[in-house]
Design a binder for this molecule. Structure first.
Ligand code: NAD
Ligand code: TYD
Length: 378
């Protein structure tokens, strides 16, 4: 990547901040990075404190739902590549409040497409050389698979079920429409569930690590039989970088971990790994047992299984996930253990209100002393 100016939207979030670290580690000062982020509850500049003083990194606070703020980025910088990750990203929140998902994920993506088109277009269906828009999407747009060994491929019809996945599918279709109608230079990536450092503890893996360390109940939706295909975030970052440089314009690339796990098996494995990661004699080990698991009311419209075939990105760009799950989860747990203050900052204040709103009706609270006697059953 020869000194390109990269606009990363949502760079203060989980994948965004990992991606910025990846770019700096891989390309040093050969890249100019602009991190455009509204700093919602999910955005955290603490994720980027090691890079914040670098001359080739800049943070720009801004909201993709504002066409003005987005246009300002393209007026201020000669952007070569947009890696668009800013989004509302949590399914459970989308069930409670879908509207913000439509605004951010659909309107926000449209604003970025329009601004990039205006800045890059040099004639009808012609764009300045080397410009590219990489839209980071999700396998959830494909809907749900049966537990039958089948996979999502790039040609699987879109069939989203949650407001989150519906908003992501809509944004994907706008990106494609800009390509079809205006010849806009884009690639779309669709990845499976990521895990790793800096993930907000609303998602399954960091939530379970956090609760286990605090001796709090571990809420497993339904019977815990839903299956996700877990991808270590650094492997995902490498794939996005490859698509940004070598992916064919107008194409979709699925990015998967080849690592399917039932939720309940994953939670049990986290319990064991967290226990093993604690220093000998650590009193927390005694409470970190399967006794913490609570089967709670299921998520409405809960997709049974996601599994990705990464055959296309493997064949075209030689990408395969490099981190096996055992290694990835151990690294992740170690990171959370070494960054307890990061977790403390995130889980104080608004997080407790979120947790209670999301889990109290399922019979689980953040307050150990108030654990109800009768828990909702799936
Ligand atoms: P995240 O929720 O951790 O971070 C989202 C970031 O976007 C935050 O920094 C937030 O402040 C920012 N943001 C939200 N609304 C904004 C707005 N209106 N304007 C500007 N910034 C805004 O999300 P993530 O897990 O890092 O996901 C990144 C992208 O990857 C998303 O597009 C998501 O749909 C996609 N994705 C994530 C996963 C996963 O497992 N985490 C899987 C598949 C796809
Ligand atoms: P999540 O991390 O929210 O990702 P997604 O819904 O986008 O796949 O959830 C992963 C799986 O874990 C999903 O099947 C729902 C389940 N889950 C629980 O069982 N308990 C929880 O507290 C959470 C957050 C998720």
């Amino acid at each position: 990547m020869d000194c390109r100016t990269i606009l990363v939207t949502g760079g203060a979030g989980f994948i965004g901040s990992n991606f910025i670290h990846y770019l700096i580690e891989t390309y040093g000062d050969q890249v100019e990075i602009i991190n455009f982020d509204a700093l919602t509850y999910a955005g955290n500049l603490e994720n980027l404190k090691e890079v914040e003083d670098l001359a080739n990194y800049r943070f720009e606070k801004g909201d993709i739902t504002s066409s003005k703020e987005v246009a300002r980025m393209f007026e201020t910088y000669d952007v070569d590549l947009v890696v668009h990750m800013a989004a509302e990203s949590h399914v459970d929140r989308s069930i409670l409040d879908p509207e913000v998902f439509i605004r951010t994920n659909v309107l926000g993506t449209y604003n970025l497409l329009m601004a990039a088109k205006r800045a890059w277009e040099v004639g009808p269906k012609t764009y300045a050389a080397g410009k590219r828009f990489v839209h980071v999407s999700t396998d959830e747009v494909y809907g749900s698979l049966a537990d039958d060994g089948s996979f999502f491929t790039e040609t699987t019809p879109l069939d989203p079920h949650s407001p989150y996945s519906a908003s992501k599918a809509s944004s994907d279709l706008f990106v494609k429409a800009f390509g079809d109608t205006y010849g806009f230079p884009f690639c779309i990536t669709r990845c499976s569930n990521n895990y790793g450092p800096y993930q907000f503890p609303e998602k399954l893996i960091p939530l379970m690590i956090h609760n286990a360390l605090k001796g709090l109940p571990l809420p497993v939706y339904g019977k815990g039989e839903n299956i996700r295909d877990w991808l270590y975030v650094a492997d995902h970052c490498k794939a996005i970088d490859l698509v940004s440089r070598e992916g064919r314009l107008g194409e979709v690339y699925n990015i998967g971990g080849h690592n399917e796990l039932r939720n309940i098996d994953l939670v049990k494995s986290i319990l064991q790994k967290v226990r093993e990661a604690l220093p000998e004699g650590d009193p927390r080990a005694e409470t970190i047992t399967e006794g913490l698991i609570r089967y709670v009311a299921d998520r409405p419209g809960h997709d049974l299984r996601y599994a990705i075939s990464p055959q296309k990105i493997h064949q075209e760009l030689s990408w395969l996930p490099e981190t096996c799950f055992d290694q990835g989860i151990e690294r992740t747990i170690q990171w959370y253990l070494e960054n307890l203050s990061w977790m403390e900052h995130i889980t104080s204040g608004a997080y407790e209100a979120y947790y209670d709103a999301m889990y109290q009706h399922r019979g689980v609270t953040a307050d150990k002393t108030q654990e109800p006697q009768s828990l909702l059953k799936a």
